[in-house]
Write a protein that binds this ligand. Sequence first.
Ligand code: C2E
Ligand code: CA
Ligand code: CA
Ligand code: CA
Length: 415
Amino acid sequence: FDALTVLPNQRQFEIDGRNMREAGSLAIIQIHQLEKWIVGYGYAFTDEMIKEVSEIIQQLKPASAKVYRIEEHRFAILNHDEQNFERMKIALERIMSVLMSPLIISNRRIIVDAVGAIARASNKNESSELFSHAMAVLGHSSTRYKHELIEYDPKIHTYSFENRIIKDIASAIANNELFLEYQPKICSKTQTVTGLEALLRWRHPEFGLISPGIFIPVLEESNNIYDVTDWVVREVCQQIAYWVADDVPFIQVSINIPGSYITSSRLLSVIKDNLYKNKINPSYLELEITETSVIHDIENAITAVRNYRDLGISVALDDFGTGLSSLSYLRKIPISTIKIDKSFVDGVPVSKKDCALLKAIITLCYSLNLKVVIEGVEFKEQIDFITSMTEIPLVQGYFYSRPLQVKELVAWLQE
Ligand code: C2E
Ligand code: CA
Ligand code: CA
Ligand code: CA
């Protein structure tokens, strides 16, 4: 494969260093393994699988076109000949339908989720914009279910995927498109559940399930995250009240609070109202705030965390270790828990350096009387290492459980 490179302005592209200006049409095929795209988990394609998918695409291309690799899971098919646009479309439709049926790759039956986008230049001047047109289609058609091929239409694609998210979130709440999953936190020494983390899901009527890793940052950047957070607080408080009434053992539920919202008095009153309305003890609730958001406005963050602690609500510092901050603020902020980011356990126990680093972070937290939760634990070997070197080994990860819907969770808790 030759590589197709996108130039920094995102509009033009080059192949082997040659700027493309006379292309007729460009298609982009983006492939994902289904589960991975939907909720951000599942197993990534191996290199071998990618190679086989590439070969399928290569074989089915129209005669006058050439296939290029853009990124790991993204392929471009470029056709210089404008006359052949219909043939190009037919070939791409075939590629999509082959990818759509389950493929046997490396003796595993896998379902590939693919989106195809095609853009056509009607004159030479438009060639340099082919790439951004194709990407606009891709963003617009983020329906990871449909496997369809969509053609660029300037009337339809005037707004981006981001704009759709921002526009559609308002009706999402009213139309019941949002729901929560809960992932258990477990003490690996005693095998008991010490808490749950509420994780947001959005079943979009057109796009299907969208991962929070995709839509939360868009809503945060555009200041559209506040109503959504209020909704999460409301849902979680109602859920806690049900669980308390039903004697479901769960200890505590944590809610992710965006950095820009933690210091707001609106959040404080929404939380107070919901605790009061549902008659629940504040100790059932925990807030998770990210390290990066704390560093951003340290003095106000300290005040906010103190207010919640005085109410009886504990606060955890999320994604610890990813913010590249000085550690001095840890002495000043009255948080109760540190959540160590997954990236610090990925290499454990194989990499001795990673083991030493994880151990040092845990020792540091313990010396400050902080509880430690280690996130993203997937393997038995990681659990064994953590259990052997940690006083109270609290872990969260696929090894014990993925985030679960309420029904599944209740069944899992009672197992
Ligand atoms: P986070 O707060 O760090 O949440 C942990 C993420 O790691 C979750 O992804 C969870 O499903 C995933 N995870 C847990 N265990 C494992 C594991 O063993 N392996 C792997 N590979 N992943 C694991 P999810 O649910 O996709 O959420 C992504 C991020 O979106 C969250 O990261 C959080 O920052 C944000 N988010 C989710 N729900 C909310 C919400 O209600 N409000 C806000 N503001 N942000 C949210
Ligand atoms: Ca979190
Ligand atoms: Ca985290
Ligand atoms: Ca994270």
